[in-house]
Design a protein around this ligand. Structure first.
Ligand SMILES: [Zn+2]
Length: 215
């Protein structure tokens, strides 16, 4: 049985840059914006988690950094984990690069300023494999790009509260490359897009519960 608080952070939102957070980044060929899809996926993860928690006898408090089309600074997003004494923080994004590169990748805060690197990596690895497997089962064209290290402000341990008594494991998921036509079909315009979004959300929810049950 798992008990814990999860903060889900749908990347971007609103218009313009606020404290290191761009209003939007990637856009799909059909016009779906990353900031809108991150919020859709975050809401799906929240409802999947609530159903799975009820079914499995888990007590999981889910907090969203935003529920509408608004932007928050990277520090404000992380601070929501600190003020809620969160156990896990998951920032959801979609990549955009050259309209060809594909794959799933998950980031943790780089080693030189990460006070719980091993824990973050374990959490990130669980998210990464769950999402990769969910997408792979719907589209063999994806790739496992693995867990990477970066100086992302939203994963800053000071802002998350981990240098002031907090115990929050944090990672940033890049679900797939939204600017690739095949990914647009997979996630947005194809006949199975709704189902695939649901499968990704269910995989994330199960990975979070497993991470809380087996810390
Ligand atoms: Zn992004």
């Amino acid at each position: 049985m798992a008990t814990g608080t999860l903060v889900i952070d749908p990347g971007h939102g609103g218009a313009g840059n606020i404290g290191g957070s761009d209003g939007n980044h990637a856009v799909s060929p059909s016009g779906v914006k990353e900031k809108d899809l991150t919020l859709i996926l975050a809401n799906l993860v929240k409802s999947e988690l609530q159903s799975a928690a009820t079914a499995g006898g888990h007590t999981i408090n889910v907090v969203m950094t935003r529920t509408g089309d608004v932007n928050l600074s990277l520090a404000q997003r992380a601070n929501i984990a600190r003020s809620n004494h969160a156990d896990r923080f998951l920032s959801i994004h979609l990549n955009g690069f050259n309209k060809v590169s594909r794959g799933v990748e998950t980031y943790v805060r780089r080693p030189q300023d990460n006070v719980n690197l091993a824990d973050d990596k374990r959490f990130a690895g669980n998210i990464q494999s769950a999402v990769f497997n969910a997408i792979k089962s719907a589209d063999a064209g994806t790739h496992d790009r693995g867990v990477k290290e970066e100086k992302f402000g939203v994963l800053n341990d000071v802002s998350l509260g981990n240098t002031s008594g907090g115990h929050c494991r944090a990672c940033l998921l890049e679900v797939e490359f939204l600017d690739v036509p095949a990914v647009d079909v997979l996630l947005n315009t194809g006949p199975n897009a709704t189902a695939v979004r649901g499968q990704i959300a269910e995989a994330i929810a199960n990975a979070i519960i497993n991470d809380l049950v087996h810390p």
